[in-house]
Design a protein around this ligand. Sequence first.
Ligand code: TRP
Length: 362
Amino acid sequence: MKKIILTGDRPTGRLHVGHYVGSLKRRVELQNSGDFDEIYIMIADAQALTDNADHPEKVRENIIEVALDYLSCGLDPARSTLFIQSQVPELTELTFYYMNLVTVSRLQRNPTVKSEIQMRNFESSIPVGFFTYPISQASDITAFKATTVPVGEDQEPMIEQTREIVRKFNSVYGETLVEPEILLPDNKACLRLPGIDGKAKMSKSLNNCIYLSDTAEDVRKKVMSMFTDPNHLRVQDPGEVDGNPVFIYLDAFSRDEHFAEFLPEYKNLDELKAHYRRGGLGDVKVKKFLVNVLQSELEPIRQRRKEFEKDIPAVYRILEEGSKKAEKVAAQTLADVKRSMRINYFEDREMIEAQAEKFRQG
Ligand code: TRP
């Protein structure tokens, strides 16, 4: 069986380092590994509209931001198909059929939907499209017969729901769809990077993100303002590294080479942590190290972004080509689905003949 990746992001803002360690970086590694036959990376504008119907411009403006983030991280259109969800109408059609395989109560139990409803204060005014977006996500994944979905931990309930839809479809209509596997980051710190204020999640509205497109100076300022252990008041105090955002970022980003390059007094992160715990290591020193680590990871990304920014029409051409290619694949799956559901009337010669025969006999 072919190994196929599908994943994507909602274009509601620029992508941040949480997206990067949680998913983006992995995608590029998977792309470059050569282990996959096909890779589809989708800008999920239709899904973004499910809770931004009143602000379509926000979604429209961010498509280019996300595309630039993708390209500057090293996603390569020659190896990965980059496309825009709304430009593949087959996805919407699939969703309509899958809707019959899912109950309202099952959607209500989806933990991601639940917490998002709370976060958005939808309460009793949940848009139907928003409520059903896990079903649309199942269409995104199954349309490409994806075997592997590299995403962050928050997407786990979505993939589980997709798997259920696949099993249900296959059991009712016959083996047609492929059950995907989730691929989570292998580094625990990368599962969910906290905001620079120590809040559980980076979010644009909390203004606690470090963006991939931030300037070097922005990154430096943000890191130097980061929360650390609130009880680590004086340099000589013992400090806590667990739950300390600066150390979580180091867990996610730092490698032994970084120590050799920027902080040779320590061999690795374990030594640095031990010193912090013992006391005698100041936050400023740790933060300066983190600035260096982040800059060395982000600088090549910023450089590539600058190049792509010089030719925006070319970026749209990449997305247009990708969307055309994606549509061909999705159309094939939709045809398979309709055949399995036997709603392919005009190509079902046998059915037409059998009915003709019945009517002839009266
Ligand atoms: N829900 C994802 C997010 O919020 C975006 C997304 C839409 C997606 N369809 C997908 C991710 C299919 C993986 C697979 O970022």
